[in-house]
Ligand binder design. Structure first.
Ligand SMILES: NC(=O)c1ccc[n+]([C@@H]2O[C@H](COP(=O)([O-])OP(=O)(O)OC[C@H]3O[C@@H](n4cnc5c(N)ncnc54)[C@H](OP(=O)(O)O)[C@@H]3O)[C@@H](O)[C@H]2O)c1
Length: 338
């Protein structure tokens, strides 16, 4: 509590004020191996103490378990935090089933279920997790806008959409935030979605800003170093030959970290944060961690400044990364990815 609190920024033109770094809660329930629940709860509190107010979850994380896990924390701090959740990816009791779904009746059901699991009357920020090409976007956003009209949702967001999709959605209802993967290693979003977000006044919420942990140097080959059920072993860029190529790309990240007396993860987070000035929009990265001791390191990165030389040295990395963000089997048409 004695720590310096991070600064705040507004999401969208009339969205909530939030700490300039949020907390990704996904890994607390699924995807990144075993979680110590007490440590995860302590992480939420440590984040709030540091000034983090945007807490990110989704209905699919642990098939509802992540929202339920967050409910006591949300209840204890309802007026201090902004709770963001998502709908649009369907999972069932069959663990192998995933499909992208945006039909209005489904969206309504999902919102009601998320409200119940989170134990709240209103969701502060509700994202469409993935676009379903079989449903017109205006129809899906129209269903989300109805939730706002009914007082069940305060603000809307979209995840992984293109610039034209963001414009189309924003014409139906103001969009406060665009949540897409954006990091030193993943910069596709800069091609079309970020310019549209800048033009519309939509905030960027970069997910996986630490490259799912790879940019911190925490692991260098997911297939051999992480547990068999770790989702990262299924992502092409973090195992085998690709991982070897990509580990070598971290050399300038490590050098810059040494020169500033900071960690490689802080270089990655400072780079993500500085996209705000580079592109001219509000940026709220949401690194995920389940460890309270990492909060200080991660939030301190909001106050770090990389120099023009640092930024220039980091500029070519993304184009050299070996392997896609997601495997072909998880790319969206009608099957989902996370
Ligand atoms: N919209 C979407 O489609 C989408 C997709 C993926 C993720 N997300 C959201 O974005 C959030 C963040 O993304 P992410 O969790 O995938 O990736 P990330 O933030 O890039 O990386 C998380 C990983 O980094 C590790 N880590 C965090 N801080 C660290 C530090 N200081 N030093 C070393 N390792 C550190 C974490 O391990 P520990 O837990 O052990 O600290 C975890 O394994 C998620 O929680 C989720 O809310 C959204």
């Amino acid at each position: 509590m004695s720590e310096q609190r991070i600064e705040q920024v507004r999401l969208g033109t009339d969205g909530p004020l939030v700490g300039v770094q949020g907390l990704g809660c996904m890994g607390m329930s699924e995807f990144y191996g075993e979680t110590d629940e007490a440590a995860a709860r302590a992480t939420l509190t440590a984040a709030l103490d540091a000034g983090v107010t945007l807490f990110d979850t989704a209905d699919v994380y642990g098939r509802g378990a992540n929202e339920e896990f967050l409910a006591p924390f949300v209840a204890a701090h309802r007026d201090e935090i902004v709770i963001a959740t998502k709908c649009g990816i369907e999972r069932t009791d069959d663990p192998t089933h995933r499909a992208v779904r945006n039909d209005p009746a489904y969206i309504r059901r999902c919102a009601e279920a998320s409200l119940r699991r989170l134990g709240v009357d209103v969701i502060d920020l509700y994202y469409l997790h993935r676009r379903d090409p079989s449903v017109p976007l205006a129809e899906a956003v129209g269903a989300l806008a109805e939730l706002v009209e009914r007082g069940l949702v305060r603000h809307l967001g979209l995840s992984e959409v293109t610039g034209p999709e963001l414009r189309e959605a924003h014409a139906v209802h103001p969009i406060a935030a665009l949540q897409s993967e954006w990091s030193l290693f993943s910069r596709d979003v800069e091609d079309s979605a970020i310019p549209a977000a800048v033009e519309l006044g939509v905030a960027a919420v970069p997910y996986s800003p630490l490259g799912r942990g790879f940019l911190t140097g925490a692991f260098s080959d997911a297939a051999t170093e992480l547990t068999a059920d770790d989702f990262r072993a299924h992502l092409p860029r973090y195992s085998g030959d690709n991982a070897r190529t990509n580990t070598a790309l971290l050399d300038p990240v490590k050098r810059i970290a040494r020169e500033h007396g900071i960690t490689p993860g802080q270089v990655a987070l400072a780079w993500a944060q500085q996209r705000a000035e580079v592109h001219g929009l509000a940026v709220v990265p949401i690194p995920g961690t389940r460890r309270p001791d990492r909060i200080r390191e991660n939030t301190a990165a909001t106050r770090l400044r990389l120099t023009a030389d640092d930024l220039a040295a980091l500029e070519p990395l993304a184009a050299q990364v070996a392997g896609e963000r997601y495997p072909e089997s998880m790319k969206f048409t009608s099957a989902s990815r996370e």
